[in-house]
Design a protein around this ligand. Structure first.
Ligand code: HEC
Ligand code: HEC
Length: 208
């Protein structure tokens, strides 16, 4: 129902739609109010958002039937006009990141070793991402979402499209990792770099 409404608004008023209104539609599925949803996007790198939205739009993501959450997002981009992709990405990138309550509990010490040796080169010292390597910030997206994505790459539900070279890099990277290693590395990323709601004093719980 909600999705139908969303599509309708965009199709009829596309030229007139303010970016705030567009984003309001995204938040049907990208805010903490929803149970079955995508990640909170606020503060994510704008170029990375654009790139991912284009992947949904051109069918590199969102077309694997077994991956229901991606398929849901695929339907959302069906109604997003090409010309709106950049402006909504810019708008989202300018929003302050939302602190979250971590839910993935692993061995962050082991995770740190993995992160430093096998992830940092492409994802950055503070998990901030690097456009040179086409990565976004891992500190912005919630821990449960990062874990889900690692599992999706591992099981070929994300990144397997023949034209998705970046996704294939991640598939290759996680091929020799097991679920325990995913949980550990995500615990480390969340505890070291994310803005957390239960952060101890002194931790950067609010970013600019
Ligand atoms: C009907 C629900 C729904 C709507 C509406 C929706 N999304 Fe999504 N979106 C999702 C879900 C679910 C995912 C997570 C897909 C997954 O699990 O891989 C997602 C994933 C994404 C991602 C990928 C994040 C990443 O890097 O993995 C981006 C970017 C995104 N959405 C942006 C948007 C924008 C911008 C809008 C509004 C124009 C929007 N979404 C509207 C459900 C939705
Ligand atoms: C060779 C470079 C490279 C290395 C090394 C690498 N990544 Fe990635 N990673 C990428 C790229 C590129 C993407 C974006 C892929 C896409 O578009 O789907 C990505 C995406 C991701 C995502 C999905 C983020 C999102 O937006 O949903 C997660 C989570 C992730 N990487 C975690 C890791 C972890 C953990 C490690 C170490 C075990 C790692 N990566 C190592 C390049 C790399």
């Amino acid at each position: 129902m909600a999705l139908g409404l969303f599509g309708c608004t965009q199709k009829t008023n596309n030229n007139a739609v303010a970016v705030e209104t567009l984003y309001h539609g995204c938040q049907l599925c990208h805010s903490k109010q929803e149970l079955q949803r995508g990640p909170v996007l606020d503060g994510q790198n704008g170029k990375y958002l654009t790139r991912q939205l284009q992947k949904f739009k051109n069918g590199q993501r969102g077309k694997v039937a077994a991956h229901r959450s991606e398929a849901l997002m695929g339907t959302a981009t069906d109604v997003l006009a090409d010309k709106d992709i950049k402006r909504i990405s810019r708008y989202i990138a300018a929003q302050p990141p939302k602190p979250y309550q971590p839910s993935v509990k692993g061995d962050a010490v082991k995770g740190e070793a993995t992160y430093t040796t096998t992830c940092m080169s492409c994802h950055g010292k503070h998990a901030e991402g690097s456009w040179l390597f086409r990565t976004g910030s891992l500190a912005i997206f919630e821990d449960w979402y990062l874990l889900a994505q690692l599992r999706h790459y591992k099981h070929g539900r994300r990144g397997a499209h023949p034209d998705d070279a970046e996704g294939q890099l991640m598939i290759a990277r996680v091929a020799d990792m097991d679920d325990k290693a995913f949980i550990d590395v995500v615990s480390y990323i969340a505890s070291a770099f994310a803005s957390l709601t239960n952060a101890p004093p002194g931790h950067a719980s609010v970013q600019d």
